[in-house]
Ligand binder design. Structure first.
Ligand SMILES: Cc1cc2nc3c(=O)[nH]c(=O)nc-3n(C[C@H](O)[C@H](O)[C@H](O)COP(=O)(O)O)c2cc1C
Length: 202
């Protein structure tokens, strides 16, 4: 994928698949990245259940702050039901949208054009405006419906970027694993991270 010219305005959605630590790490990296001036942040209702299970966080209020340990003026959190939010419109200049993790339910909605919440609608807008849409899908095993929906979303212009960590960088912690993964996602939308692991062949 070509580099995004001015990757300043990023949408991040978190849905109800396993992998809350990825959401925390990518939000932290986006906040720290001086090239990013605005983060439109949306979480699904189901993701709150997973966040409670995996990170022992509860409630939607101040969720970004709870995830990364500090508030940031760059983050605007939207409710999933607010289909009148800025990112629901193609006239709003979103540079790229990342859904991490992306559940099979959200994938199905996007792949089939069923834009009935803000996450689905903002993704639909990225596809119609030919903007990068990164779906970090997570499920195992995949059934044929999941596979078909990935194909449909990919054909429509989304990048299927499965939330699968690497081991060749010898991660010592789940945070190491998550960081390496989110570095790959950010590089993919033109935001390479200075501390990213790079494979050094012999
Ligand atoms: C602890 C937990 C883990 C889950 N993990 C996954 C998963 O990895 N992938 C997935 O597609 N759904 C997973 N689910 C189910 C989704 O949360 C559920 O299908 C939900 O309706 C998705 O809604 P959303 O796409 O609006 O977030 C999980 C649910 C729970 C409670």
């Amino acid at each position: 994928m070509p580099e995004v010219a001015q990757p300043r305005n990023i949408s991040l959605a978190v849905t109800g698949a396993s992998g809350s630590i990825y959401a925390a790490e990518i939000l932290r990296a986006l906040v720290a990245d001086t090239r990013v001036t605005k983060i439109n942040f949306v979480v699904s209702g189901s993701s709150l259940r997973v966040l409670a299970e995996e990170l022992h966080l509860s409630g939607r209020n101040d969720l970004a702050e709870k995830l990364i340990g500090a508030a940031s003026p760059k983050i605007q959190q939207h409710t999933e039901s607010d289909i009148g939010a800025n990112i629901a419109s193609g006239s709003y200049p979103t540079a790229a949208m990342i859904i991490l993790p992306c559940s099979m339910g959200t994938l199905a909605h996007i792949a089939n054009g069923l834009a009935d919440n803000l996450i689905h609608r903002a993704a639909d807008v990225c596809l119609k405006e030919n903007r990068p849409l990164i779906l970090c899908v997570r499920e195992t095993p995949f059934n044929r419906i999941h596979l078909r929906n990935m194909q449909l979303a990919s054909d429509a212009g989304a990048t299927i970027f499965p939330a699968i960590p690497t081991l060749y960088n010898h991660p010592q912690t789940t945070q190491d694993m998550a960081r390496n993964f989110i570095h790959r996602v950010l590089a993919h939308i033109g935001l390479p991270q200075p501390n990213a692991y790079q494979w050094q062949p012999d």
